[in-house]
Write a protein that binds this ligand. Structure first.
Ligand code: OGA
Ligand code: NI
Length: 324
């Protein structure tokens, strides 16, 4: 049984990044030290902060600032990039349009996904076919976010090397057919300050893929993570860090050794809160099943059947929205 947690660890991943192109990184003691910390965090909490990730705090802030500027625009302006099923569920959704377990969430968002061209993943990918919609205002949003997505993808891939080592595999276990051509999702989110405790910014959920990198607003405490005892542990913003958490596909790969932990957002605060969540996923059409290393780490007892990430995503996307 995993140990419980009452706070979320902070991991300096700079030694891992320094060696990420070296196939022998798993023999380096400073890398192994990071790997040990990742393993403990993934086993106990499913959540950790990363620092030493190489993305400047100034860029993280610029991404949040542009997000805030967008959500400050009048509704008519934001609705110009309204999300519809016809564009692969990409674009702006207003407050209450996203639902978690049937309950409308008190947030607005722009949803983006890796572009899916016609026929790219056959019938499986049809729902997701489309291009991202970027607003004309703020003018720099598209370029900034596209640059940011590239950096997040690179960072997530490197953290996954550490996690692969932690699971007892080669550092590049998640390359190739597993996540060598990763799908990704980005949610650019705004949470109005709520007046009652019953207003939930984002209901309790787990994330769907491998690893989430969350860039959350400064000075506002709103993200909560559930521990094994069922207590909600706060994940306050720590300047210059990302909050990382494990998704459902990594839970399967690890045969349940790592948990895709439940979390939620309650902005019980006087200020509007923004966050930008980048989700690093497997290849869209890959069949995910426990890595062979489960045999040593989880007593050879296999807990999960295969799941196809794209099917999991599509079923979530189709049940996540209220359509007019
Ligand atoms: C999510 C999520 C947390 C936040 O989008 O999946 O958990 O702080 N977001 O916005
Ligand atoms: Ni989440």
């Amino acid at each position: 049984m995993a140990a419980d947690f009452s706070s979320i660890p902070i991991i300096d991943i700079s030694p891992l990044l320094a060696k990420s192109d070296d196939p022998k990184m798993g023999e380096d003691s400073s890398v192994l030290d990071v790997v040990t910390q990742l393993d403990k965090a993934c086993t106990e909490a499913g959540f950790f902060y990363v620092k030493g990730h190489g993305i400047p705090e100034s860029l993280l802030k610029e991404v949040r600032d542009v997000t805030r500027q967008f959500f400050e625009l009048p509704y008519e302006e934001k609705a110009k990039i309204k999300m519809t099923p016809a564009n692969g569920f990409r674009g702006y959704e207003k407050i209450g349009e996203n639902v978690t377990q049937g309950v409308p969430d008190m947030h607005e968002a722009i949803d983006c996904y890796r572009e899916v061209t016609k026929g790219m993943y056959g019938d499986l990918g049809k729902v997701m076919e489309g291009c991202n919609q970027w607003p004309e205002n703020p003018p720099k949003m598209k370029v900034l976010m596209e640059e940011y997505i590239i950096l997040c993808k690179d960072l997530a891939r490197k953290i996954m090397c550490g996690i692969a080592l932690a699971l007892g595999g080669s550092p590049y276990e998640f390359e190739g057919h597993r996540a060598g051509d990763p799908f990704w999702v980005m949610r650019i989110i705004g949470y109005p300050a709520v007046s009652t405790m019953n207003d939930i910014g984002c209901g309790a959920h787990t994330d769907y893929g491998l690893l989430t990198l969350l860039n959350q607003d400064e000075n506002i405490n709103a993200l909560q993570v559930r521990n094994l005892s069922g207590e909600w542990i706060s994940a306050p913003p720590i300047p210059g860090t990302f909050v990382c958490n494990i998704g459902d596909m990594l839970k399967i790969y690890s045969n349940g050794l790592y948990e895709s932990t439940l979390h939620r957002v309650i902005n019980n605060n006087t200020k509007y809160r923004v966050s930008v969540a980048y989700f690093y996923e497997t290849n869209f059409d890959t069949a995910v099943e426990p890595l062979d290393t489960y045999k040593t780490r989880t007593n050879g007892h296999r807990k999960f059947e295969r799941a196809v990430y794209g099917e999991h995503l599509v079923s979530k996307v189709l049940s996540n929205f209220i359509h007019e």
